[in-house]
Design a protein around this ligand. Structure first.
Ligand SMILES: Cc1cc2nc3c(=O)[nH]c(=O)nc-3n(C[C@H](O)[C@H](O)[C@H](O)COP(=O)(O)OP(=O)(O)OC[C@H]3O[C@@H](n4cnc5c(N)ncnc54)[C@H](O)[C@@H]3O)c2cc1C
Ligand SMILES: Cc1cc2nc3c(=O)[nH]c(=O)nc-3n(C[C@H](O)[C@H](O)[C@H](O)COP(=O)(O)O)c2cc1C
Length: 791
């Protein structure tokens, strides 16, 4: 087989090495436009995990890499005169030129042909069986076949430039500096003795105010020497094609076309703040090599061209299917990470310890538990930060040996919650004529006894025609009020949980089927007329709602108020107004569903008018000492719909009207939305509202572990954390978490005390076992090995 590799970066070279080693008869040529010793950039970094992978695939290059790299274990964060050093990270770095040289040497030794100073024309025909396009971020091959690869570039707003310095480092170091122009960030690491990389980053406004657009490379370096004078400690900044750029996040719909395959930056990029560009390129090379291996023996494929073509096609398809998820996951982490740096101002006023914790946990890979293993003192400090905050709220909590963040109390008006765990509202579709049944009593009662600080009802409908389905509960008759009072009394009599009533109106999603019979699908018979902000059906086959008149609005306000009054009498501790998920009030807020020409449509201010009117009427009817929250869809996940920035304005408007907490959900406005799912995927919106608008938030969505809850609370990204689906299968989620973290104060009904004692006892042992297992599974720490060898 003949293989042409376009681009002699780490991706192209590493594939050449692996393939040539496995199949020496393969004719492999690497074409590179630069000279062998040319390079841009300064150093590259790998983690211990990545090095372990390299060790498995090519021992020789692994040895060469590990002999030439500098190692460190710590991350250091310099912020407002404080320094936090967090160990156990396991990184190594070397000069990019060194890495390339040792890969050249290894490739040559195996018989790969390296052609330098050779620009490949992507349009020229090639006689190779496989063309590996490893031609980097500006890939001409990708551009040549853009109609097939369908690349998308998301040019990020921040400006960055790679620079270097002779300033030594013994940790991966972040410097944050505020100047008269704005904030500058330096991401720094040493890659060989006396040489360090400095990736400089700033937001576009600061960039413009500082006049950096008018400065050349050297002038920019001189300016930054002023900004980071203290940090550079007398060292100069060096430049090497250190132009200011905007980072392009590149994604391609397809990575293969006939016999052409994209690898490395050519196919997808990941922001430099997670240090994964070179790693991704080399791991792509491994994945491509594995795809050929899994498809058959590449060595014997030269005789029959048709057979070779089919073999190559299958191998490339295999690469694309096997590799995509991993790359997308890394890109997602990188996206979350870059957003943190883009919004650093949001965290600027935080306690420096909390700021450092937020930075460490920004991309979700590192969590509270994970840090507690490798940097226990740092995590103890974080526990103290949270406890101090809680003490400032007037709670008499232990600040010397505080409990973990999720078991810290919280107050909203006159209501005190014992912990930060919330059972999210979940419709049970089990009502009869709007009446909650024994199912609701058992369901809500058991979740309350399970230890959560706050338990929500499902969306309780304010009138019969406000119901989503025939299985939804309501609060518009005396019998319903009595049935809810029975549940509230049970919860208050048997648990420490507080009970929140969520009131809503289905709007255009009303008169639909039970969840398990076809969610949001219209009732086949017995449907009642539905109303909405505008006469737009949810699905093409849904009922067309009637556009609400002012008379309808008056009736709806009155229905909400009477339901709140019933809720008050039933003994609820808190009231939530449901303005999310495309139901009636949400349909006013989103521009996708509100096309009205009157004062209730158009601008966001107008679209909020009716939901705010309902809220104000409720606030008046609801006892002053009892809190109120509003659930919103912070984004519609659709072009032209609500965005996170709009959500901040929506949250502010409700807060001004007296809302104490914003319950931050997203989407479900239209069926065309394209949410980006993932662990804790809605959390960034809670973060944005809490820290931009300074309003208490509750977050929700794909949060499944107590570790995540602690991470969220400690980082200050939400005040309360709601779990829905995990609570469906585990009412005792909170009790178990309390046992795990030794939070002995948790309330337990006396009937269950023996079970509680047992789980608290066993958890101590289980936790010790797991810690030991995790420590054993940690990749080999190269920093320690390196230090030993050096000594
Ligand atoms: C300015 C800059 C500085 C960087 N510095 C660092 C750093 O210090 N540390 C780090 O970890 N990451 C750095 N990165 C990111 C990192 O370089 C990439 O993520 C990684 O190198 C990707 O590897 P690759 O093999 O896919 O592509 P590259 O390493 O980009 O290699 C592609 C190669 O293809 C060659 N090429 C392109 N087109 C043709 C053609 N038509 N004909 C012949 N040859 C061609 C290029 O000359 C290049 O050598 C930097 C990126 C940029 C843009
Ligand atoms: C069965 C079920 C019913 C739900 N009913 C409601 C509801 O009545 N009101 C509401 O605001 N959200 C409702 N939700 C949404 C949840 O409160 C929550 O926002 C969502 O499930 C994401 O959280 P999770 O990933 O923890 O499940 C429901 C979710 C589920 C799974």
């Amino acid at each position: 087989m003949k293989v042409d590799i376009i681009g002699g970066g780490p991706g192209g070279l590493y594939f050449a090495i692996l393939a040539k080693k496995a199949w020496p008869a393969m004719r492999i040529t690497v074409y590179e436009r630069n000279r062998a010793d040319d390079t841009f950039g300064f150093g590259v970094v790998f983690s211990d995990e990545t090095l372990e992978t390299f060790e498995q695939y090519d021992l020789e290059s692994y040895r060469a890499i590990t002999a030439n790299f500098a190692y460190w274990d710590d991350i250091e964060i310099h912020f407002k005169g404080t320094v936090h050093r967090i160990g156990g990270n396991g990184f190594c770095g070397c000069a990019r030129v060194t890495l390339l040289k040792l890969l050249h040497e290894r490739a040559r030794q195996l018989g790969v042909e390296l052609k330098f100073q050779t620009e490949v024309d992507p349009a020229a025909p090639r006689d190779a069986d496989v063309v590996v396009a490893a031609d980097g971020i500006n890939s001409r091959i990708r551009a040549q076949h853009a109609d097939v690869f369908r690349p998308e570039t998301d040019l990020r707003p921040n400006k960055f430039a790679w620079m270097g310095s002779t300033r030594p480092f013994d940790a991966f170091t972040f410097f944050f500096r505020e100047t008269e122009h704005g904030i500058f960030i330096a991401h720094c690491y040493q890659y060989e003795p006396g040489q360090s990389t400095w990736v400089m980053e700033t937001d576009p406004e600061t960039f413009a105010r500082a006049g950096l657009d008018k400065l050349d490379e050297q002038q920019s370096a001189t300016f930054l020497e002023g900004v980071f004078a203290k940090e550079l400690a007398g060292h100069k900044l060096t430049v090497n094609r250190s132009l200011w750029r905007n980072f392009p996040t590149i994604r391609c719909e397809k990575w293969t076309h006939d016999n052409i395959v994209l690898i490395g930056d050519a196919k997808a990029t990941a922001h430099f703040s997670i240090g994964s560009g070179t790693k991704l390129a080399m791991e792509d090379a491994i994945a491509l090599f594995n795809a050929f291996k899994a498809t058959g023996d590449a060595a014997g494929k030269s005789a029959q061209p048709a057979e070779t073509r089919s073999y190559v096609k299958r191998a490339l398809a295999h690469y694309e299917t096997e590799r995509r998820l991993e790359v997308e996951k890394t890109q997602h982490s990188a996206d979350v990470s870059l957003v943190w740096f883009e919004h650093v101002r949001r965290f600027w006023d935080m306690d420096p310890r909390r700021f450092a914790f937020g930075l460490m946990t920004r991309s979700k890979a590192i969590t509270y538990d994970n840090l507690a293993l490798r940097a226990p003192e740092f995590v103890s400090e974080i526990d103290k930060v949270v406890a101090d905050d809680v003490r400032r709220q007037g709670f008499d909590v232990d600040v010397v040996k505080p409990t973990v963040p999720m078991f810290q109390p919280f107050r909203l008006r006159g209501m005190t919650l014992a912990n930060r765990m919330v059972v999210s509202p979940m419709d049970q579709y089990s009502a009869v004529d709007g009446m909650p049944t024994d199912w609701h009593l058992v369901h809500l009662g058991s979740r309350a006894t399970g230890g959560a600080g706050l338990v929500f009802t499902e969306m309780v409908c304010v009138s019969a025609d406000a119901r989503i389905t025939l299985g939804c509960t309501g609060l518009y008759t005396d019998a319903q009020e009595a049935a809810y009072k029975r549940i509230a009394d049970f919860i208050h009599g048997n648990s420490a949980a507080k009970f929140c009533l969520q009131l809503g109106h289905a709007g255009r999603k009303g008169a639909t089927r039970l969840m398990w019979e076809g969610m949001d699908q219209p009732l086949p018979e017995g449907a009642w007329p539905v109303i909405s902000a505008s006469p737009i059906p949810y699905y093409p086959n849904s009922q067309v709602p009637r556009e609400m008149t002012r008379a309808d609005m008056d009736k709806v306000v009155a229905d909400f108020v009477q339901a709140a009054e019933r809720g008050q009498r039933a003994g609820f501790d808190m009231l939530e107004l449901h303005c999310a998920h495309g139901y009636l009030l949400a349909s006013f807020i989103s521009p996708l569903t509100n096309k009205r020409g009157d004062e209730y449509g158009g601008s966001l201010e107008n679209r909020l008018r009716f939901p705010l009117e309902v809220f104000r009427a409720l606030r008046k009817a609801w006892a002053d000492e009892k809190p109120m929250s509003v659930r919103i869809s912070a984004t519609d996940w659709e072009e032209g719909g609500l965005t996170g920035d709009d959500a901040v304005r929506v949250a502010r408007a409700f807060a001004e009207a007296g809302a104490d907490l914003i319950d931050v959900s997203t989407g479900q406005t239209t069926p065309d939305a394209e949410p980006i799912y993932g662990r804790m995927f809605q959390l960034p919106f809670s973060d944005q509202i809490r820290n931009d608008a300074g309003i208490a938030t509750m977050c929700v969505g794909a949060i499944t572990s107590a570790d995540q809850v602690n991470t969220i609370i400690a980082a200050g990204r939400a005040d309360l954390v709601a779990l829905a689906r995990p609570h469906l299968v585990d009412p005792f989620f909170t009790m178990k978490a309390a046992a795990w973290y030794g939070a002995t104060d948790i309330h337990c009904p006396p009937q269950y005390l023996p079970g509680r004692d047992q789980i608290f006892r066993n958890s101590v042992r289980d936790r010790a076992d797991l810690t030991e297992l995790k420590l054993k599974a940690k990749p080999k720490g190269h920093a320690a090995v390196w230090k030993q060898a050096a000594e």
